[in-house]
Design a protein around this ligand. Sequence first.
Ligand code: SF4
Length: 335
Amino acid sequence: MKKEARFWKALSDSKIQCSLCSHYCKIDNEKVGICGVRKNENGRLFSLIYGSCSSIAVDPIEKKPLYHFYPGTKALSLGTVGCNFKCKHCQNFGISTAGPDFSYMKEITPEMTVDLARQYSCQGIAYTYNEPTIWHEFNFDSAKLAKKNDLYTTYVTNGYISEEPLLELSSVLDAMNIDVKAFTNDFYKKVCKARLKPVLDTCVLAKELGIHIELTYLVIPSYNDSFGEVEEFCKWVVEKLGKDIPIHFSRFHPNHNLTNVPRTPMETMLKVYEIGKKVGILYCYLGNVPAGDYENTICPKCGNICVERNGFFVKNSGLKGNKCSKCGFSLSLID
Ligand code: SF4
């Protein structure tokens, strides 16, 4: 569904500059930006996907992954099409590379997102599956309504949103899982056709704005798995965000245009987990690995298992509110 977009300015000769994300695309008349879903029509910018939903499901919040945010709850999860990144290893390329004419699209309204969340006993809404930033106008309206109806709101994002829309969003957004896809600009340039710095800036600003954040780092053999790079990333998190920000190291499986790269060896996953711990990250997790302690939330003070996870099975019995039930240590967890 077409709707006039926000966050743009007119340039000369019917050109427009979109400022929703850090690409700041300059768009000629009748053309779309990098994301493929924002179009210049006679000197005005339109979102071509307001209310256009490609995917919808009820997911455990752990699937985002958000482990320190209402553990054990369910989120109505939805996404549209397009993306402002071009990741070679995209896990959802079926929708991220699709355009507004995608044949499985269903029109929805912000009211429907709230009604569906209620109908399926969800405690909140997750804007996910493809990059939610590029669906800003719809997500903002939906999230605003969700907050009025006591639902939580979350983004699963690449963190490329620019400052002004993030400021606006922060009034209605509770949590973000931000992908830090590597810790070199070279990776971002070659693999995602983007830049690292805006992503790091988003992490810092989101935290300052009071949004609960967790980070995901997908470990890809020979691309971003050097132990030095992982250590630099963890040190940056401790210094700029704090040691209590959860990091999810996720295991790579060959996908999309990186099918020639093997899946991440378990030894590498264990090593990056150790590096995170050594640097001082209090809550390191491993994703896409066989079940084990690496999914559990362990009290940094006494070692008690506060939240036990097995896949999406969650047991909170080691928690009292957001504190360890054994020693009373206050975990950075919203419950
Ligand atoms: S949201 Fe789309 S059109 Fe706007 S700057 Fe980003 S990629 Fe370009």
